[in-house]
Design a protein around this ligand. Structure first.
Ligand code: NAG
Ligand code: NAG
Ligand code: NAG
Ligand code: NAG
Ligand code: NAG
Length: 609
């Protein structure tokens, strides 16, 4: 992960760094910082790049080739373009782009890449500035246009400020790539972007083009290129078939956990399950094996230094990632399981247990809620901690040879407030809801990886040194894991459910991914999302929805059914039948705040300073 920044001035103007922004960029890319200015006839571009060294030799950025093109690359190539182990992917992309003359050639290089990216590219011949994000938007890129001085700023991460410019930053929508004709912009005194959108081929653009064009920041105009050039979508469209007859299943309404396990055991392991395991396993392999040069060359790492960590709640999504990572990481290397808990406030706990009978009525499958937990003695024994410990046990059974570092990250309210104000509010920005705050804070503390591990009953302080963090995001969106999917299914059947799923995958960049990338990148670590690997999404998209979920089955089985069957096949136990618990509730951060607020409300706690 790197921090990239580009300031385009029309014409050249004085520029003073916002110190906070620069500091944030450096935290993303601690290994090397470099600035480069390009002067054109009537414009000026300042490039500032901050590199986190991930693989190959450390490649300084911005990369300027010998014809004067400049690349800032914040991405990873996991496929599509060949990158040899000793090569750095930044150099590969730069070489590829250097050899392009026409826009269609540039688009075909970008379309070919499998993996996350955000980039800025100055094409000297013709004076063009290109930028954009990958199909899912797995890397952050923000923009801001300042009409007073005619400057456009692009950056991986910005800063929150309470001044008049407060709301100027926006996420660059992950709808395609943009090109600015710098000569034309200079003449016109305003900025026009040409948009080359992601498309499935055919005519799926007409419905989206208006939204795409409206996405330009104030003071700028976006136009769709008339020539019809697009980026080829890396995944097929969502399968929208609807079953012809709905098989009614006889499910006893009050099934207990054991029944659910039987139900799952009774389901056949189909080709679909094996295929899913295959593509997901390959996605994990690519993400755990492209590590900084350590496996072959460096002396064996210290005993407890893991290269890979997993955001770990013990739920099915993270358990599957751990089980698959176990296949591909050499047995002598540890894996860090990052488990975050926010301190329960004593009086609130009281209140909650008085509500318990009602709350638990529909949750027969969750053995880990407070009622069933004999060791709920520590204020940090939140639901995700309890399922996390149970998950650890399963992984230890699965591979007793492996050293699994279960990192207990205990966060107090004081520390939460301090770090939110100092750092997290800037990283979440320009997102701003209560949900963004909860998840942003929970992910930030988890990714920092500072907590305790227990060894022979002794706790010792521990900080994860893994630079790669796997997260389970994308599983719920694709396999109907959220309770709103059940609501939608009840109300409007398969058709409604399919619409909901299509919509959610479409907005995952603006809802989650940019934010999570900024939050995790702040630790000089890189988020990787196996469930959003192109091959995984392509496979899941091709399946009809009823293969992925069966919402006539109870919670803990029906949603993400295909994934649960995969978990069984991988040898996982209880974790395969845990119902979804959102991170803000599982880690109890939402409880800690305990305000009467909706997840979609603007979060006042983020508005400090
Ligand atoms: C990159 O920076 C990190 C954090 O400062 C450091 O731990 C790591 O050793 C550096 N890597 C290289 C190759 O310099
Ligand atoms: C990055 O890779 C390219 C090609 O693989 C290589 O020529 C270059 O020297 C590398 N960068 C550095 C700083 O070594
Ligand atoms: C669209 O792209 C073509 C090919 O690069 C270019 O010649 C043309 O000027 C572009 N059209 C617009 C409206 O920008
Ligand atoms: C962290 O929380 C766990 C409870 O989940 C507790 O057992 C442990 O003692 C706590 N550690 C510290 C150092 O607070
Ligand atoms: C969608 O699923 C159905 C049922 O399995 C299948 O027949 C059809 O070929 C799939 N469509 C696509 C486009 O993959």
């Amino acid at each position: 992960m790197c921090g990239i920044f580009c300031l385009l001035s029309l014409p050249s103007s004085q520029f003073e760094w916002d110190k906070t922004v620069r500091e944030h960029l450096k935290r993303r890319g601690p290994n090397l910082s470099q600035d480069l200015t390009v002067k054109g006839p009537c414009y000026q571009c300042l490039f500032s790049a901050h590199v986190l060294h991930m693989r190959g030799l450390l490649t300084p950025q911005p990369v300027q080739d010998n014809t004067g093109n400049v690349l800032e690359w914040n991405g990873e190539i996991f496929g599509g373009l060949p990158v040899r182990p000793e090569e750095n992917d930044t150099a590969v992309v730069s070489q590829r782009l250097s050899s392009c003359n026409s826009p269609s050639e540039i688009l075909s290089v970008l379309s070919a890449i499998r993996g996350p990216w955000g980039f800025v590219y100055y094409q000297k011949a013709g004076d063009y500035l290109w930028f954009g994000r990958d199909f899912f938007g797995r890397r952050s890129l923000l923009w801001k246009f300042d009409a007073d001085v005619n400057t456009l700023t692009l950056t991986s991460v910005a800063a929150y400020s309470s001044g008049p410019e407060q709301s100027a930053w926006q996420e660059v929508p992950a709808v395609g790539v943009y090109r600015i004709d710098l000569k034309a912009a200079t003449g016109a005194g305003s900025v026009t972007f040409e948009v080359y959108p992601w498309a499935h081929g055919g005519n799926d653009l007409s419905s989206r083009s208006e939204t795409i064009l409206e996405s330009a920041p104030g003071g700028c105009t976006a136009v769709m290129n008339q020539s019809g050039l697009v980026l080829r979508s890396p995944v097929c469209p969502l399968n929208t078939s609807i079953p012809e007859s709905l098989n009614e299943k006889d499910i006893p309404p009050d099934s207990c956990v054991k029944d659910l396990e039987q139900l799952l055991a009774g389901k056949e392991e189909t080709d679909e399950v094996s295929r899913l395991i295959d593509v997901l396993s390959e996605a994990v392999r690519r993400r755990v094996q492209s590590l900084p040069f350590r496996v072959q060359d460096s002396p064996p790492p210290a005993h407890d230094q893991a290269g890979v960590a997993i955001l770990f709640s013990g739920g099915i999504d993270s358990m599957i990632l751990a089980a698959l990572a176990d296949r591909h990481i050499p047995a002598h290397q540890p894996v860090d399981l990052l488990n975050v808990a926010f301190k329960l406030q004593e009086p609130k706990k009281q209140k909650e247990s008085s509500k318990k009978p009602r709350k638990h009525k529909n949750k027969p499958t969750d053995p880990t809620t407070d009622g069933a937990a004999p060791r709920a003695s520590s204020p940090f024994d939140v639901p995700d901690r309890i399922t996390g410990r149970a998950g650890l046990k399963e992984l230890q059974d699965l591979n007793p040879e492996r050293r699994w570092n279960f990192v207990e990250i205990n966060v107090t309210q004081e520390e939460l407030q301090k770090m939110r104000e100092e750092r997290i509010c800037h990283l979440v920005h320009p997102l701003e809801t209560v949900l963004d705050d909860s998840i942003g804070c929970a992910v930030w503390f988890a990714a920092r990886g500072t907590g305790f591990v227990t060894e022979d009953r002794d706790q010792r302080p521990f900080t994860s040194s893994a630079k790669v963090i796997l997260t389970g995001i994308g599983a719920d969106e694709q396999l109907a894991g959220y309770s709103r999917h059940r609501v939608r299914f009840k109300m409007s059947g398969y058709e409604g459910l399919i619409q909901e799923l299509a919509m959610e995958l479409g907005r995952i960049s603006s809802r989650n991914l940019g934010r999570d990338d900024r939050v995790i990148g702040d630790h000089g670590k890189e988020a990787r999302f196996p469930y959003l690997d192109e091959d995984v999404v392509n496979y899941l998209n091709s399946l009809p929805v009823w293969e992925k979920a069966d919402l006539s089955l109870p919670r803990g089985v029906g949603e993400k059914l295909l994934l649960r069957l995969a978990a069984k096949q991988l040898g996982l136990g209880q974790s395969a039948v845990l119902p979804k618990r959102a991170m803000q509730f599982g880690s109890r951060i939402a409880k800690m705040e305990d305000r009467r607020e909706k997840a979609s409300d603007k979060c006042t706690r983020l508005l400090t300073g």
